[in-house]
Design a binder for this molecule. Structure first.
Ligand code: P6P
Length: 335
Protein backbone atom coordinates (compact mmCIF):
# COMPACT_ATOMS: atom_id res chain seq x y z
CA UNK A 1 0.00 0.00 0.00
CA UNK A 2 1.37 3.43 -0.88
CA UNK A 3 2.28 5.58 2.10
CA UNK A 4 -0.28 8.24 1.25
CA UNK A 5 -3.34 5.96 1.28
CA UNK A 6 -2.58 4.65 4.74
CA UNK A 7 -5.00 5.45 7.54
CA UNK A 8 -3.81 6.45 11.01
CA UNK A 9 -5.10 3.15 12.34
CA UNK A 10 -3.15 1.15 9.75
CA UNK A 11 -0.04 3.22 10.41
CA UNK A 12 -0.25 2.63 14.17
CA UNK A 13 -0.60 -1.13 13.72
CA UNK A 14 2.25 -1.28 11.19
CA UNK A 15 4.60 0.68 13.45
CA UNK A 16 3.60 -0.73 16.80
CA UNK A 17 6.54 -3.12 16.88
CA UNK A 18 8.99 -0.24 16.41
CA UNK A 19 7.97 1.18 19.77
CA UNK A 20 10.31 -0.25 22.41
CA UNK A 21 7.60 -0.62 25.02
CA UNK A 22 5.28 -2.31 22.56
CA UNK A 23 2.34 -3.70 24.47
CA UNK A 24 -0.34 -2.02 22.40
CA UNK A 25 -1.10 0.48 25.16
CA UNK A 26 0.57 3.40 23.41
CA UNK A 27 -1.30 2.48 20.23
CA UNK A 28 -4.57 2.48 22.17
CA UNK A 29 -3.56 5.81 23.68
CA UNK A 30 -2.90 7.41 20.27
CA UNK A 31 -6.22 5.95 19.09
CA UNK A 32 -8.06 7.56 22.01
CA UNK A 33 -6.46 10.91 21.16
CA UNK A 34 -7.63 10.38 17.59
CA UNK A 35 -11.23 9.90 18.80
CA UNK A 36 -11.14 12.99 21.04
CA UNK A 37 -9.63 15.00 18.17
CA UNK A 38 -12.56 14.12 15.89
CA UNK A 39 -15.10 15.09 18.56
CA UNK A 40 -13.39 18.41 19.32
CA UNK A 41 -12.93 19.09 15.61
CA UNK A 42 -16.66 18.75 15.10
CA UNK A 43 -17.38 21.39 17.76
CA UNK A 44 -14.58 23.75 16.67
CA UNK A 45 -15.87 23.68 13.11
CA UNK A 46 -19.37 24.72 14.12
CA UNK A 47 -18.32 27.15 16.88
CA UNK A 48 -19.62 30.12 14.93
CA UNK A 49 -23.03 28.54 14.52
CA UNK A 50 -24.03 27.77 18.06
CA UNK A 51 -23.70 29.57 21.31
CA UNK A 52 -20.50 27.74 22.24
CA UNK A 53 -18.05 30.58 21.72
CA UNK A 54 -17.38 33.43 24.03
CA UNK A 55 -15.91 33.25 27.48
CA UNK A 56 -17.27 30.57 29.78
CA UNK A 57 -17.09 33.19 32.47
CA UNK A 58 -14.51 31.22 34.37
CA UNK A 59 -10.75 31.71 34.39
CA UNK A 60 -8.00 29.05 34.44
CA UNK A 61 -4.89 29.00 36.65
CA UNK A 62 -3.20 31.24 34.10
CA UNK A 63 -5.78 33.93 34.87
CA UNK A 64 -7.00 33.66 31.27
CA UNK A 65 -10.68 33.80 30.39
CA UNK A 66 -11.82 30.27 29.58
CA UNK A 67 -13.61 30.13 26.28
CA UNK A 68 -16.40 27.59 26.25
CA UNK A 69 -14.48 25.53 23.65
CA UNK A 70 -11.48 25.46 25.99
CA UNK A 71 -13.68 23.86 28.61
CA UNK A 72 -15.33 21.54 26.09
CA UNK A 73 -12.02 20.36 24.60
CA UNK A 74 -10.54 19.83 28.06
CA UNK A 75 -13.54 17.77 29.18
CA UNK A 76 -13.56 15.68 25.98
CA UNK A 77 -9.88 14.74 26.11
CA UNK A 78 -10.04 13.91 29.84
CA UNK A 79 -13.29 11.93 29.39
CA UNK A 80 -11.90 9.94 26.41
CA UNK A 81 -8.58 9.16 28.06
CA UNK A 82 -10.34 8.14 31.28
CA UNK A 83 -13.09 6.03 29.68
CA UNK A 84 -10.60 4.10 27.55
CA UNK A 85 -8.82 3.18 30.81
CA UNK A 86 -5.39 3.69 29.28
CA UNK A 87 -3.67 6.32 31.42
CA UNK A 88 -3.00 6.64 35.14
CA UNK A 89 -2.75 10.44 35.21
CA UNK A 90 -3.56 13.59 33.23
CA UNK A 91 -2.37 17.20 33.54
CA UNK A 92 -3.97 20.01 31.59
CA UNK A 93 -3.52 23.74 31.10
CA UNK A 94 -7.17 24.03 32.15
CA UNK A 95 -6.75 22.06 35.41
CA UNK A 96 -5.05 23.62 38.44
CA UNK A 97 -3.63 20.26 39.56
CA UNK A 98 -2.99 16.89 37.88
CA UNK A 99 -5.75 14.27 37.80
CA UNK A 100 -5.07 10.74 39.12
CA UNK A 101 -7.07 8.15 37.15
CA UNK A 102 -8.48 5.10 39.00
CA UNK A 103 -5.93 5.71 41.70
CA UNK A 104 -7.86 3.59 44.21
CA UNK A 105 -7.74 0.57 41.88
CA UNK A 106 -4.55 -1.35 42.63
CA UNK A 107 -5.34 -3.36 39.51
CA UNK A 108 -4.81 -0.23 37.48
CA UNK A 109 -1.75 -1.38 35.54
CA UNK A 110 -1.78 1.67 33.28
CA UNK A 111 1.69 3.10 32.90
CA UNK A 112 1.23 6.26 30.80
CA UNK A 113 0.51 9.85 31.75
CA UNK A 114 -0.66 12.56 29.38
CA UNK A 115 -0.17 16.32 29.57
CA UNK A 116 -2.37 18.46 27.31
CA UNK A 117 -3.05 21.97 26.19
CA UNK A 118 -6.60 21.13 25.09
CA UNK A 119 -7.19 24.19 22.93
CA UNK A 120 -4.10 26.31 22.34
CA UNK A 121 -4.64 29.71 20.75
CA UNK A 122 -8.26 29.74 21.90
CA UNK A 123 -8.39 33.55 21.85
CA UNK A 124 -8.54 33.09 18.06
CA UNK A 125 -11.79 31.08 18.16
CA UNK A 126 -14.09 34.09 17.92
CA UNK A 127 -12.30 35.35 14.81
CA UNK A 128 -12.21 31.98 13.02
CA UNK A 129 -8.42 31.57 13.10
CA UNK A 130 -7.01 28.04 13.45
CA UNK A 131 -6.38 26.66 16.93
CA UNK A 132 -4.86 23.42 18.16
CA UNK A 133 -4.52 20.72 20.81
CA UNK A 134 -1.04 19.79 22.05
CA UNK A 135 -0.27 16.52 23.86
CA UNK A 136 2.76 15.02 25.59
CA UNK A 137 3.04 11.39 26.77
CA UNK A 138 5.36 9.85 29.38
CA UNK A 139 5.67 6.55 31.19
CA UNK A 140 5.08 6.95 34.92
CA UNK A 141 8.15 6.67 37.16
CA UNK A 142 6.31 5.80 40.40
CA UNK A 143 5.19 2.19 41.06
CA UNK A 144 2.40 0.88 38.81
CA UNK A 145 -0.84 0.31 40.73
CA UNK A 146 -0.26 3.28 43.07
CA UNK A 147 -1.71 6.80 42.68
CA UNK A 148 0.43 8.98 40.40
CA UNK A 149 2.54 11.66 41.99
CA UNK A 150 3.68 15.13 40.87
CA UNK A 151 7.14 13.71 40.04
CA UNK A 152 5.54 11.59 37.31
CA UNK A 153 4.61 14.86 35.55
CA UNK A 154 7.84 16.76 36.25
CA UNK A 155 10.04 14.61 34.02
CA UNK A 156 12.44 16.21 31.52
CA UNK A 157 11.08 16.57 27.98
CA UNK A 158 13.76 14.14 26.80
CA UNK A 159 11.81 11.38 28.63
CA UNK A 160 8.69 11.81 26.46
CA UNK A 161 7.64 8.59 24.70
CA UNK A 162 5.31 10.43 22.28
CA UNK A 163 4.10 13.95 21.53
CA UNK A 164 1.98 15.70 18.94
CA UNK A 165 -0.70 18.18 18.08
CA UNK A 166 -4.01 18.46 16.28
CA UNK A 167 -4.39 21.63 14.21
CA UNK A 168 -8.01 22.61 13.51
CA UNK A 169 -7.33 24.66 10.41
CA UNK A 170 -8.43 24.76 6.77
CA UNK A 171 -8.19 21.02 7.24
CA UNK A 172 -7.77 19.14 10.49
CA UNK A 173 -4.45 17.37 10.94
CA UNK A 174 -2.97 15.15 13.61
CA UNK A 175 0.84 15.35 13.67
CA UNK A 176 2.82 13.21 16.10
CA UNK A 177 6.06 11.41 16.89
CA UNK A 178 7.04 8.40 19.01
CA UNK A 179 10.73 9.18 18.50
CA UNK A 180 10.92 7.72 14.98
CA UNK A 181 10.32 10.86 12.94
CA UNK A 182 7.23 13.04 12.53
CA UNK A 183 4.15 12.03 10.52
CA UNK A 184 1.08 14.10 9.63
CA UNK A 185 -2.41 12.71 9.11
CA UNK A 186 -5.25 14.70 7.54
CA UNK A 187 -8.86 14.10 8.52
CA UNK A 188 -11.37 13.24 5.80
CA UNK A 189 -14.42 14.70 7.57
CA UNK A 190 -16.81 12.92 5.22
CA UNK A 191 -15.84 9.54 6.67
CA UNK A 192 -14.12 10.60 9.90
CA UNK A 193 -10.82 8.95 9.00
CA UNK A 194 -7.30 10.37 9.29
CA UNK A 195 -5.05 9.59 6.29
CA UNK A 196 -1.25 9.77 6.16
CA UNK A 197 -0.78 12.96 4.13
CA UNK A 198 2.65 14.17 5.34
CA UNK A 199 5.00 11.20 5.89
CA UNK A 200 8.37 11.84 7.56
CA UNK A 201 7.99 15.63 8.05
CA UNK A 202 11.27 17.57 8.19
CA UNK A 203 12.20 21.25 8.32
CA UNK A 204 13.60 22.42 4.95
CA UNK A 205 17.36 22.95 5.02
CA UNK A 206 16.92 26.72 5.33
CA UNK A 207 14.15 28.87 6.77
CA UNK A 208 13.03 32.37 5.77
CA UNK A 209 10.16 33.04 8.20
CA UNK A 210 10.35 34.53 11.68
CA UNK A 211 7.36 34.40 14.02
CA UNK A 212 7.21 36.65 17.10
CA UNK A 213 4.77 39.14 18.59
CA UNK A 214 6.65 42.31 17.63
CA UNK A 215 4.20 44.33 19.70
CA UNK A 216 6.38 43.28 22.64
CA UNK A 217 9.59 44.50 20.94
CA UNK A 218 10.32 47.29 23.41
CA UNK A 219 10.12 44.78 26.30
CA UNK A 220 12.46 42.16 24.77
CA UNK A 221 16.09 41.54 25.86
CA UNK A 222 18.58 43.43 23.65
CA UNK A 223 19.74 40.15 22.07
CA UNK A 224 16.21 39.41 20.82
CA UNK A 225 15.85 42.97 19.50
CA UNK A 226 19.17 42.55 17.66
CA UNK A 227 18.09 39.20 16.18
CA UNK A 228 14.78 40.68 14.95
CA UNK A 229 16.70 43.52 13.27
CA UNK A 230 19.04 40.87 11.76
CA UNK A 231 15.97 39.10 10.27
CA UNK A 232 14.76 42.42 8.79
CA UNK A 233 18.16 43.47 7.33
CA UNK A 234 18.64 43.57 3.53
CA UNK A 235 21.60 41.19 3.28
CA UNK A 236 22.18 37.81 1.63
CA UNK A 237 18.99 35.73 1.88
CA UNK A 238 17.35 38.36 4.13
CA UNK A 239 15.08 40.11 4.94
CA UNK A 240 13.04 37.15 6.17
CA UNK A 241 9.24 37.15 6.06
CA UNK A 242 7.36 37.91 9.27
CA UNK A 243 4.40 35.61 9.97
CA UNK A 244 2.63 35.41 13.35
CA UNK A 245 -0.81 33.88 13.79
CA UNK A 246 -0.95 33.99 17.59
CA UNK A 247 -1.56 30.25 17.68
CA UNK A 248 1.59 28.25 18.50
CA UNK A 249 0.38 25.07 16.78
CA UNK A 250 -0.42 26.92 13.54
CA UNK A 251 2.80 28.98 13.53
CA UNK A 252 4.91 25.90 14.29
CA UNK A 253 3.10 23.74 11.70
CA UNK A 254 3.69 26.33 8.95
CA UNK A 255 7.31 26.85 9.94
CA UNK A 256 8.04 23.10 10.00
CA UNK A 257 6.72 22.79 6.44
CA UNK A 258 8.06 26.05 4.97
CA UNK A 259 11.06 26.69 7.22
CA UNK A 260 11.19 29.29 9.98
CA UNK A 261 11.65 30.17 13.63
CA UNK A 262 9.00 30.75 16.30
CA UNK A 263 9.97 32.86 19.30
CA UNK A 264 8.23 33.67 22.56
CA UNK A 265 11.10 35.30 24.50
CA UNK A 266 11.17 36.50 28.06
CA UNK A 267 10.42 40.20 28.43
CA UNK A 268 10.14 42.92 31.05
CA UNK A 269 6.45 41.95 31.20
CA UNK A 270 6.96 38.15 31.38
CA UNK A 271 10.22 37.17 33.11
CA UNK A 272 9.92 33.57 31.80
CA UNK A 273 7.96 34.27 28.63
CA UNK A 274 4.39 33.06 28.25
CA UNK A 275 4.50 29.46 27.00
CA UNK A 276 4.23 26.54 29.42
CA UNK A 277 7.11 24.07 29.49
CA UNK A 278 5.23 20.83 30.15
CA UNK A 279 2.34 20.87 27.67
CA UNK A 280 3.43 23.40 25.04
CA UNK A 281 7.22 23.69 24.78
CA UNK A 282 8.28 20.09 25.53
CA UNK A 283 5.95 18.38 23.01
CA UNK A 284 6.67 20.96 20.29
CA UNK A 285 10.41 20.69 21.02
CA UNK A 286 10.27 16.87 20.69
CA UNK A 287 8.55 17.23 17.31
CA UNK A 288 11.03 19.93 16.21
CA UNK A 289 14.08 17.78 17.00
CA UNK A 290 12.50 14.75 15.29
CA UNK A 291 12.04 16.98 12.22
CA UNK A 292 15.75 18.01 12.21
CA UNK A 293 14.97 21.29 13.98
CA UNK A 294 15.95 22.72 17.36
CA UNK A 295 14.26 24.19 20.45
CA UNK A 296 15.82 26.12 23.34
CA UNK A 297 15.08 28.83 25.86
CA UNK A 298 17.79 30.88 24.18
CA UNK A 299 20.52 29.14 26.17
CA UNK A 300 19.47 25.58 27.13
CA UNK A 301 17.92 22.75 25.09
CA UNK A 302 14.21 22.69 26.05
CA UNK A 303 14.19 18.88 26.43
CA UNK A 304 17.03 19.08 28.98
CA UNK A 305 15.23 21.47 31.35
CA UNK A 306 14.23 19.82 34.64
CA UNK A 307 10.67 20.99 35.44
CA UNK A 308 9.91 22.33 38.91
CA UNK A 309 6.19 22.99 38.67
CA UNK A 310 3.21 21.89 36.57
CA UNK A 311 2.43 25.25 34.91
CA UNK A 312 5.88 26.76 34.73
CA UNK A 313 6.72 29.01 31.79
CA UNK A 314 9.95 29.18 29.78
CA UNK A 315 11.21 31.43 26.97
CA UNK A 316 10.89 29.52 23.68
CA UNK A 317 12.90 29.59 20.43
CA UNK A 318 11.98 26.78 18.04
CA UNK A 319 12.46 26.00 14.36
CA UNK A 320 15.20 25.47 11.77
CA UNK A 321 18.43 24.52 13.55
CA UNK A 322 20.48 27.29 11.83
CA UNK A 323 17.89 29.96 12.70
CA UNK A 324 17.60 28.94 16.37
CA UNK A 325 21.41 28.80 16.68
CA UNK A 326 21.70 32.29 15.16
CA UNK A 327 19.12 33.63 17.64
CA UNK A 328 21.05 31.96 20.49
CA UNK A 329 24.25 33.76 19.41
CA UNK A 330 22.43 37.12 19.64
CA UNK A 331 20.86 36.13 23.00
CA UNK A 332 24.20 35.01 24.45
CA UNK A 333 25.87 38.28 23.38
CA UNK A 334 23.13 40.40 24.97
CA UNK A 335 20.99 38.28 27.36
P1 P6P B 1 0.53 36.63 22.39
C1 P6P B 1 -1.91 31.18 22.78
O1 P6P B 1 -2.46 31.77 23.95
C2 P6P B 1 -0.41 31.06 23.00
O2 P6P B 1 -0.15 30.27 24.12
C3 P6P B 1 0.26 30.50 21.76
O3 P6P B 1 -0.54 29.61 21.05
C4 P6P B 1 0.54 31.76 20.94
O4 P6P B 1 1.65 31.60 20.07
C5 P6P B 1 0.81 32.80 22.02
O5 P6P B 1 0.13 32.37 23.20
C6 P6P B 1 0.29 34.15 21.60
O6 P6P B 1 0.58 35.05 22.67
O7 P6P B 1 1.02 37.23 23.69
O8 P6P B 1 1.48 36.92 21.24
O9 P6P B 1 -0.90 36.95 22.05
Amino acid sequence: MSQKNKTLGEYIIENQASFKYTSGELSRLINSIRLAAKVVNHEVNKAGLVDIIGAAGDTNIQGENQQKLDVYANDKFIQTLTNRNIVCGIASEEEDDFISINSQDENNQNKYIVLIDPLDGSSNIDVNVSVGTIFSIYRRITPIGTPVKLKDFLQKGSEQVAAGYIVYGTSTMLVYTTGHGVNGFTLNPAIGTFYLSHPDMKFPKKGYIYSVNEGNYSHFPQGVKNYIKYCQMEEGDRPYTSRYIGSLVSDFHRNMIKGGIYMYPKSSKNANGKLRLLYECNPIAFLAEQANGKASDGFTRILDITPTELHQRVPFFCGNKNMVEKAEVFMQKNP
